[in-house]
Write a protein of this length. Sequence first.
Length: 254
Amino acid sequence: MEQLSWIGFGAFFGASLVVGIRLVLLARRTGHLPELMIGIGVLGIGPLGFGLRTLASVPGRSTIVGATLIGCSFLALFVGASSQYLFAWYVFRLRDRWAKPLCFGAILLLAAGYAGDLLENGLFNRSHGGAWFWLGLLLRLAVLGWNAGESFAYWTRMRRRLRLGLADPVVTNRFFLWGVGSGAAFLGTSIGAVAFAVSGWVSSGHPELALLVSLHGGVAAVAMWLAFVPPGRYRRWIQARGRRLGGDVPSERA
């Protein structure tokens, strides 16, 4: 069962690494902020944030190395979650007055939560829990939920435009997939958080819980891959479905 759980986690880390690098390089070419924000967000939360934290827990490493990895993982998680807050605000709520203070207020609270967590639980022989720990975790959950909700809502609006031939089917599907990926990450993180709150369990110490969390990571990995590195056959299938719905708009290419 432990080996099965690593399939989901590995798929999530691998997809996050490829998608994140791809989007950052794409943003470098185009100068577009949304691609850069998603790329940094995916890299920060996935392979850099949780990846470095996983390496820090490997037996046999020195205390100094472990503490350094933990510190770097906190920085990566902060940058990644902040980038996702910026993406949700910039793409979905740029014209709404309430969204900007919400976005930047959440980022400031996130910084406070992570700093307080490090002071309270330490880098060496690290423990978990406390108000600061939960503040950072809840804010990270909030941005995943925000992205999922906004993406599904925007996908619904794009579907209506698609029927009128006013939307690109591939882009429309991309919003759906980003909602699925963010939603799966939200649910997987929530399961681990609830288990820890109720019993103090961490998923790495309980194979059944780790497998359940990893399944959500696998779903997020597939959704990210299809959204940002879609195989040609999948892209053509989405375009054909769009034409049947009435959307005969030339598809964009990432």
